[in-house]
Ligand binder design. Structure first.
Ligand code: NAD
Ligand code: DAU
Length: 332
């Protein structure tokens, strides 16, 4: 049995990963999370106590991180500021958590010779044209657009440099847009579902032609676990599930699946520098590690996600009003 340190384990994807690890392995998990507005301890409830410990702290706290890394066999690094709209309003926390936090963790795994998996995003590659038949691969050039994606790109480059110069045993994954349970109501899909549940009209940025490549968070989790266990040290793996959809299609699908008129949404001002299209070619992950997504039908996964938000109002309601007040200030 391995002792895993999971930074940001109270996040949307981090908590899905902890649930996945507990269900599919014998590993012990220690979660390190700062519990920012995006972290939620309730996302980890129901886990058997001897399997999961929780430490409240900052991944940029060098002493705390050193102590936790020293007693771990492996680290999976999710902790980050993750929302593009917030990064456009106030970039500083993104530099702190995503860049300084990753640097702090790298120094600790270097000192103690512990393997690290760094969880990153396809947004580091910038965007693709809508009509481009291509998809991102592990060889795509870095070209981030927002403060969020540029700090994630910076963190990836730190990991690559620590692997090459200091021999840190690290892997990196860059994944596309996740959906599923425990996602904060600031994000596109949960915002629209909870708007409908609250009687608020869903909000579409611009014309809604932007394309995202959707993957269920449990599929992201299974890919990260396989990379941690079988991936080649020093390598980058792209994670995606052939889930390209434009935003207009997704918002209309949500409305239809929730029994509403598919046209009952508002167009709101577009995001600054809004990336047009993300698309992942996951061939390397499939060929090398045999990984395949379990959720191949987006509508099926979306229906389950809608049901989850219907049944878990206690989980999302505390954040809803503040989130909508933030968007109202932006006119979105
Ligand atoms: P999230 O916004 O739901 O949660 C972020 C978590 O990080 C919270 O629990 C927060 O408390 C914690 N955190 C922030 N700063 C911290 C710090 N300094 N120290 C310790 N904890 C801190 O995040 P998410 O959407 O689940 O994303 C998790 C990771 O996956 C991020 O690294 C993100 O870049 C990456 N990612 C996300 C997606 C996506 O679609 N959401 C896709 C690809 C990659
Ligand atoms: O691609 C991976 C990335 O996916 C992750 O790295 C990020 O952490 C994650 O937040 C996500 O980034 P996006 O910016 O693509 O996700 P978001 O949910 O904010 O928006 C998805 C799309 O929907 C995007 O084109 C903007 C649009 N949108 C968003 C909101 C909140 C709307 O049209 N209306 C909205 O209300």
């Amino acid at each position: 049995m391995a002792r895993l340190l999971v930074t940001g384990g109270a996040s949307f994807i981090g908590s899905n990963f902890v649930h996945h690890v507990v269900a599919h392995t014998d590993h012990h998990v220690t979660v390190l999370d700062k519990l920012t507005y995006a972290g939620n301890r309730a996302s980890l409830s129901g886990q058997p106590e001897p399997r999961v410990d929780f430490v409240h702290g900052d991944v940029a706290d060098a002493d705390l991180v050193d102590q936790l890394v020293e007693s771990s066999d492996g680290v999976v690094h999710f902790a980050a500021e993750s929302h593009n709209d917030n990064s456009l309003e106030c970039p500083e926390p993104f530099v702190h958590s995503n860049v300084i936090g990753t640097f702090t963790l790298l120094e600790a795994v270097r000192r103690h010779g512990v393997r690290l998996h760094h969880v990153s995003t396809d947004e580091v590659y910038g965007d693709l044209a809508l009509e481009d038949p291509g998809r991102f691969t592990e060889c795509s050039p870095y070209n981030p657009s927002s403060p969020y994606s540029s700090t994630k790109a910076g963190s990836d480059l730190l990991v690559r440099a620590w692997a090459r110069s200091f021999g840190v045993a690290a892997t990196i994954s860059n994944c596309s847009n996740n959906y599923g349970p425990y996602q904060h109501v600031e994000k596109f899909i949960p915002r629209q579902i909870t708007n409908v549940l609250r009687g608020i009209r869903p909000k579409l940025y611009g014309e809604g032609r932007n394309v995202r490549d959707w993957i269920h968070a449990d599929d992201h989790s299974s890919a990260v676990l396989q990379i941690l266990e079988k991936g080649r040290v020093g390598e980058t793996y792209l994670i995606g599930a052939d889930g390209e959809k434009d935003n207009k299609t997704v918002i209309e699908l949500i409305l239809t699946m929730m029994g509403q008129d598919p046209a009952a949404y508002d167009h709101v001002p577009d995001r600054l520098g809004h990336d047009l299209r993300y698309a992942i070619d996951p061939t390397k992950l499939g060929d090398e590690l045999g990984w395949r997504p379990r959720y191949r039908d987006f509508e099926h996964g979306l229906a389950a996600t809608i049901e989850w938000y219907r049944d878990h109002e206690y989980w999302w309601a505390p954040a809803k009003d503040a989130t909508e007040a933030f968007y109202a200030r932006l006119g979105q």
